[in-house]
Design a protein around this ligand. Sequence first.
Ligand code: FEO
Length: 397
Amino acid sequence: MPAVEMKPNIYWIGVNDRTTDLFEGIWPISNEGVSYNAYLVKDEKNAIIDLSKAFKTDEFFDHIGEMIDMTDIDFVIMNHLEPDHSGVLSTFLKINPNVQILCSAKAKEMLECFYGITENVRMVEDGETLSLGTRTLQFFMTPHVHWPETMMTYDTKDKILFSCDAFGSYGALRGGIFDDDCTDPEFYETEALRYYVNIVAKFSNPTLKAIEKLASIDVKMIAPSHGLIWRNNPSRIVQLYQKWAEYAKSPGETGVTLIYGSMYGNTEKVMNSVAQGISSQGIQVDIFDVARTHVSYILPSLWTKAGVMIGVPTYEGSMFPPMVDVLNMAGVKKIQNKKAAIFGSFGWSRGAQRGIDARCESLNWKLVDQYEFCGAPSKVDIQRGFDFGVKFAKAIL
Ligand code: FEO
């Protein structure tokens, strides 16, 4: 996509990525894509805010070259050192070795560690300003949103907050880059939640601190490093991030994530009756087959819903392994304060639910009910599944 003017002398110069399968090597984006947003600010001195992954480097530099001679860039502001924003930095320095890199103190260490860069690096402090001539940029330290070195850059003239990962989303840009020229904002809000829970959620407390810190700043436009730029309603994405961050310390919304696995359809039969029981009480149920759904898509429901219903058979005397993987990732992402119940089929021995008390305790989930049946479910087992779902729904209500 060619460069887009955001304000006179401020341009989006990012790139879309529709070929990377896994963001961070973990999270699927084959269907959704992602954008690496970077920004050019032209003035008496010229600055670039954030860069790009080492991907389509020619296209990225071509964008810049259409706007300005690369050697006329005075500053590169690195809000964050993760390689999706810094990957082209070494190549950039070969073209323009005199550019000054501005970053936080922690980022200075990372520049050496990731790229061996030690020259022309200027550390900036919280609240420090940089005059470009007619325009002043201000820096705010926002550690752990996402990495410890992260900061944000604020354009005091046009009141644009370049927020880096904060307020970002998966989803390559589809022509329009602004919230007001996007025809499917729901797509980006859905992908913002998945991005939040996959990438940022573990740092919810720093996210809330950053939102509080920036509350007194007059922000007319939020320009994150991934996804839409919010100029029509910048408070929308801030409110969403705030709501999601607050779920770190609360059960979340009334609703149930039903995660299940089934080897031969027996646990699945009862799963359907459990789901009927839950929904009969007017509670939304999100259902995921853990063996067929990447955990990236399960985490948003686990994060936002108050209840977790686990349907899992015994496999070789233990819990069906794909379920173990999902529960482990829930622990990694600190999904807490849930109510949980577990059911499932066993054959010649039990084992799926062994240790579930300790597992729930370590997750900080309250286990409220358990139910196991042997082999294929009878009519009685299926009715029990329905009643099990009703009882759990009432516990959530
Ligand atoms: Fe988009 Fe934490 O990098």
